[in-house]
Each structure stands twice: as C-alpha cells, then as structure tokens.
Design a protein around this ligand. Structure first.
Ligand code: DGY
Length: 327
C-alpha cells in the first residue's frame, strides 16, 4: 500500500448493496472497506472488522452501541446510518465518546409517504385478498356485497407522530376528501396547519379515528405503545397502518385484535422480527397486509440516502458539521 492510500481515512461499510453513488463519493478521498457478502454481517464479524476505522457507514440492521464503538477504537470520528430511523444506535454511547452520528431525513420522506398511502389503500380496499381471489377462482359473478372495504372519503384519519413522514402522508390523504385529520405525539407541530390537523390526546386519536397511522420514531416512549389497551380503544371498523418500526406495536395484541374483530384490518410495512417468519400467525389473517420494510424503496430515495450518508461521513472526517446530524 502506498503512502497516499495509507494516509486516507478508513471507512467501513457494513452492507454489500449500498448504492454506488454513495460509495463513489467516499472512494474519492477515503480508503473504503466493505462487507463482501449479501448475507447480513453478524455482530461478531462487525466487531472484528471495524477495528481501527475512522468512520462507520451502517444500516438499520447493525446495532451500534458502546461495545461496538469501543471495538472501532478511539480514532473513530463518525458514524453514518443510511436510514432516518436510529433506534438501532445508542445515542448516549455516541455522545459520551464524542462521535457525531449522521442520518438521512427528508430524502426518503416522499417515497415512504407514498408507500404508506399504498399500504393504507391496499389494506382498506382489500387489494391482496381481491387479487388472491382472482387467482384462486373465488371470483364469481359481480356481487354487490363482495370484497367491500372501507373508503377514505368522509373518514377521520389519525396520525401518531406528525413528523416529516406523517405530514407528507397527511398531505397526500387530504385530496381523498377525508373529513377530519387528527394527530398526537410528544408535541404539537406548527406545520399541522398546512393540513388542517387537530392535535389531540393519544386516547382521542385511538377512539375517533377510522384510520390510525403510526408515523412515529421508536424510542422508550413509543415502544409497544400500540398494545392491547390501545387496540381496545379503537373502533371495531378501524384500520391500523404502520410504516415506522415494528417495535411500536405489541404484535401479539395486534394479532388478537385482528383475529377477534376488535379492529377491522392492519397494514404493516414493519414487523418484529424482520424478516417476519413465514409461519407468523399474522400471515394467516386475511385482514392483515404485510410488506417487507420497503417504505423508502425507490431507486431515487435509496440513491439519495446513500449519498447523504457519505456526505455526512465526509463532513465529519473533514472536521465540519454533518449536513444531517442526529442531535
Ligand atoms: C429508515 O430509513 O429508517 C427506514 O426504515 C428505511 O428507509
């Protein structure tokens, strides 16, 4: 190895399938080492491979905690996650060690909001069931009572966590002619005015919404906030949609609520665990649509996420403020 490459900062990339745009940026000025398999890197391998690195490019399946940071060593200058969620990162451990952490807000907001609306419609209008009925031959003559679902028009939509993505979902749902838009969360969002959303308690949100959408981050306050008690408060006709993190839901309670008809249906882009085992009881339910965590899965969003992660890391390596740093 020549002098110039030896003096370049070393960046470890934990995933094999990072869009090239992000890697190209890093490669210009860094010595990039990348996990070389499509199999997810194990914790053990990660701890081994990060020794001596200057920056870590990670994804949401990598657990970043004190042990991992210490395994990198004291020369570590930055962590960048290619995600907007950061529940996989122990922020206290990063702060204690003075490590800035970059994330990717905004660039995936539109993609994730689109998917959330798609999931909501797929669930409420029973798209998977209907498509399944076509294939299975269950489709008979046109029937006035068959495959009826729940429309958005005139409905009350409740968004738990009106942040960037929640707001983008609200903007997309308004044109469907919904009657009321409720939201709840830690604090009021001044931008709620743009979509004429009313700030209400979590309780009111649950009791009055026809559609309950989880758009919150996963943290100690939101962990399994959608539990037995929450599903009990929802209308029997309510439809629950989650495109945030599986951890905000008590999945057993959700299953029971769907099975017993306590709520009408659920659309999930995120589950616990991921991937959801194929023998999960949730998959036996006709009124549950499960997608494989594809909220941000557009080519454009994923490219932008990779680029922003690289830019966050490069900024920190240059001693500058990251474009998007977690506070
Ligand atoms: C995120 O960014 O947190 C999503 O879960 C993946 O895009």
């Amino acid at each position: 190895r020549n002098m110039s490459s030896a003096s370049k900062p070393k960046v470890y990339v934990t995933n094999y399938d990072i869009p090239k745009k992000g890697l190209d940026l890093l490669n210009k000025s860094c010595d990039v080492v990348q996990w070389q398999s499509r199999e997810t890197i194990t914790r053990e391998q990660l701890i081994k491979n990060v020794k001596g690195i200057d920056a870590l490019f990670c994804i949401l399946t990598d657990k970043i905690d004190g042990t991992l940071l210490d395994a990198c060593g004291p020369q570590l200058k930055a962590v960048g996650t290619m995600s907007v969620g950061y529940d996989h990162i122990d922020m206290k451990a990063c702060k204690e060690r003075g490590i800035p952490v970059g994330f990717t807000p905004d660039v995936l907001t539109d993609a994730t909001a689109e998917l959330t609306v798609a999931l909501l419609l797929a669930t409420s209008r029973r798209l998977m069931e209907g498509a399944g009925a076509v294939r299975s031959g269950e489709w008979g003559m046109w029937n006035p009572q068959w495959m009826c679902g729940q429309g958005l028009h005139h409905s009350t939509v409740g968004i738990f966590g009106l942040g960037r993505i929640g707001l983008a979902v609200a903007k997309r749902l308004r044109p469907f002619g919904i009657s009321r838009l409720l939201y709840s969360g830690r604090k009021e969002n001044p931008a709620a005015k743009e979509v004429d959303a009313e700030f209400v308690s979590f309780d009111t949100l649950l009791r009055e919404s026809d559609f309950v959408i989880a758009g919150c981050a996963l943290n100690s306050e939101t962990k399994e906030i959608f539990n037995e008690d929450a599903f009990k408060k929802m209308k029997p006709t309510a439809i629950f949609v989650n495109s945030s993190r599986g951890g905000v839901v008590n999945q057993k309670a959700l299953y029971d609520a769907l099975k017993s008809g306590q709520i009408r249906a659920a659309g999930l882009d995120v589950t616990t665990p991921e991937p959801l085992p194929t023998d999960s009881p949730l998959l036996d339910l006709k009124n549950c649509v499960v997608l494989p965590h594809i909220g941000s899965a557009t080519v454009e969003a994923r490219n932008a996420m990779a680029e922003l992660t690289a830019r966050n890391i490069l900024a920190a390596l240059n001693g500058e403020q990251m474009p998007c740093q977690i506070e």
